[in-house]
Design a protein. Structure first.
Length: 168
């Protein structure tokens, strides 16, 4: 599975997990003119569809690394590909620890890989940070159950079970 990183350089470069993935040859850097192929999943927190087992035919993952404060503006640009949001998970990164959905780039890529049944690859991405194992422990049950869901509606139902307080 190819992983692409589109960096907007809007945050502290020393904390940029996308940049570290590129430096470690775990992701391919692309520029702002990049247009994702139809078979590429574009990780977009505002997408109407959720990553699910029905996306297993994807040939790549595009991580768009930008500031959460400017994300809406960035994600409404034409990027091509299949836009998907991740199902709800807890962040383990030090900046947004235990916040629902506030994942770093490496957490988002690892979660996507996990959901598409590339668990060993997901763990390899998480291993580049000392808090990577915390992401897995915080989200182990949801990741396993989301992965087993046979469809996007199944994933959405599981979100309500794991995070009922957000749906009241």
């Amino acid at each position: 599975m190819n992983v692409y990183a589109l960096e907007y350089r809007q945050d502290d470069p020393t904390k940029c997990t996308a940049r570290k993935m590129v430096q470690m040859d775990l992701a391919i850097a692309v520029n702002r003119k990049y247009h994702a192929a139809d078979s590429t999943l574009v990780l977009n927190p505002y997408a109407s569809r959720t990553v699910s087992s029905s996306d297993k035919d994807a040939k790549g993952i595009l991580d768009v690394d930008c500031s959460w404060n400017q994300a809406k503006e960035v994600f409404f640009k034409r990027l091509g590909g299949k836009h998907r949001r991740l199902p709800l998970l807890l962040a383990a990164n030090p900046t947004n620890y235990a916040k629902v959905g506030m994942l770093s780039s490496v957490e988002a890529v690892a979660a996507t890989l996990w959901l598409l049944d590339y668990v060993d690859d997901a763990r390899r991405y998480l291993s580049i940070y000392k808090w990577g194992s915390t992401f897995e422990s915080l989200n182990h049950e949801p990741l396993e159950e989301y992965q087993k869901a046979r469809s996007e509606p199944g994933v959405l139902e599981l979100e309500r079970e794991f995070f009922p307080q957000l749906f009241e």
